[in-house]
Design a protein around this ligand. Structure first.
Ligand SMILES: [Ca+2]
Length: 432
């Protein structure tokens, strides 16, 4: 799902009659800074990491069953006044809201976002799953000439665009069929993040006023993200591009050209540096100094090397992170990771997209940190836990919620400190 900065939200709400796509687009040309984001913090788990062919079109077990809410239509009447004050034409508003309804499944999905986070290891394994790498490679081949033109115009590597495409919508297989006006109105009415969703709703009305798409076709995911690259309406206003020249910025089309170009345009506006990587996995001599930014010369002087050997490439100052904690894997992040985080402000997402793009470019899997179990050892641990009566739901080598819960339960039963960590010690104690 695409994100937008608070600054853009403010513009979208505050600039009144004179405001439009041009004014929003101009804001994107300012120097890129850290972009605070107001998007829903995480996407539904079933999107971000599952191979697209296994994905349902709508969130599982949630049927689109509108539930009349007595307050909803009163809220629409109040919002109509605010939208018209923002410069939305009455006819646009009334046409957009003609079939609008309260979508209870949207609020169910929104509330489900408080589910526990998936560990980085499992997240990356799913982000760069073999299926996703295979399908991504096929997309690169199929759209080769389109990507030639996109790279020439925007300077964003094709593998990065394809990685985001895979993460966001399963390469267009899962763009979402929820009516965007109803979804955003429901979320604005629900009031958990009312200001954010109301601003997006106004932006969606501006899209309809721009005439690139009609209200019936304005569809997206449950939280209003639309098309192959899951743009929020305000992002569309700021960055959407008519790349195929048919006069419409059509990110909803089955043809992905406009959507991919719009994402490339967004990344470029977010400070993407052509020809530079997002970052790389590194090996630390001492495993210290996390969360600092230094020049590559300084990192080299401290003995930091690429995890797979060689010398650190120099793409400017780089920030060191240890997302798994001390003793876990280490990464140096270049400026382009900041652009990825403008898209979705999650370090896991940036690492997932970055690593998937590396794999699509022929790169190797991540190297396990010394303290970690490798793939076969994780499978052995899962098998051992299951034999001991702590069901991990299979032995796929991926430690998601279920396997982590199995470790915790086993640790508790053994009277050990409860960590949920897939450790060598756990494997040895279980006799795996
Ligand atoms: Ca077009």
């Amino acid at each position: 799902m695409t994100v937008i900065g608070r600054r853009q939200v403010t513009l979208g709400l505050g600039c009144g009659l004179a405001c439009g796509a041009g004014a929003l687009a101009a804001s994107a040309d300012r120097p890129p800074k850290r972009r605070p984001v107001l998007r829903p913090k995480r996407r539904p788990e079933h999107w971000a990491g599952t191979p697209p062919e296994t994905l349902p079109e709508t969130p599982p077990k949630i049927r689109p069953k509108p539930r009349p809410d007595p307050g909803f239509h009163a809220w629409i009447a109040g919002f109509r006044k605010r939208a018209l004050a923002e410069g939305i034409a009455p006819a646009t508003f009334d046409r957009a809201f003609a079939g609008a309804e309260y979508l209870s499944r949207v609020t169910v999905t929104d509330r489900a976002q408080t589910a526990p986070r998936r560990p980085l290891d499992a997240y990356i394994a799913r982000a760069a799953s073999p299926d996703r790498i295979r399908i991504g490679a096929a997309k690169l081949k199929r759209h080769r000439r389109l990507f030639d033109r996109l790279e020439a115009r925007f300077g964003v590597a094709r593998e990065v665009l394809v990685a985001i495409w895979g993460m966001e919508s399963g390469f267009g297989a899962m763009t979402g069929k929820t009516p965007v006006i109803s979804a955003l109105a429901t979320l604005a009415f629900e009031a958990r993040r009312a200001a954010f969703f109301e601003a997006e709703l106004v932006a969606a009305l501006r899209i309809l006023e721009a005439g690139d798409i009609g209200p019936g076709a304005l569809r997206g995911s449950w939280a209003g993200a639309m098309g192959h690259m899951q743009f929020m309406p305000s992002t569309w206003l700021a960055h959407a591009v008519d790349f195929d020249g048919d006069g419409r910025r059509d990110i909803w089309s089955a043809e992905p050209g406009d959507a991919l170009a719009s994402a490339a345009n967004y990344l470029r506006a977010s400070g993407w540096v052509a020809g530079a990587p997002w970052g790389l996995q590194v090996r630390l001599p001492g495993g210290r100094d996390p969360l600092v930014t230094r020049s590559i010369a300084e990192w080299r002087a401290r003995g930091v090397t690429p995890a797979r050997g060689g010398e650190l490439p120099d793409h400017g100052a780089a920030r060191l992170i240890l997302p798994d904690g001390a003793g876990g894997r280490a990464f140096l992040l270049f400026a382009n990771t900041r652009a990825l985080r403008a898209y979705n402000d999650s370090i896991k997402y940036a690492l997932g997209v970055g690593h998937l793009s590396d794999r699509l470019a022929g790169g190797k899997p991540l190297v396990a940190a010394e303290a970690e179990l490798d793939f076969e050892a994780r499978q052995a641990l899962q098998a051992a836990l299951t034999r001991a009566g702590f069901d991990t739901g299979g032995a796929d080598g991926v430690f998601g919620h279920r396997s982590t819960a199995a470790i915790r339960d086993w640790e508790a039963a053994e009277g050990l400190p409860v960590t949920g960590v897939a450790s060598r010690a756990a494997l040895e104690r279980l006799g795996g």
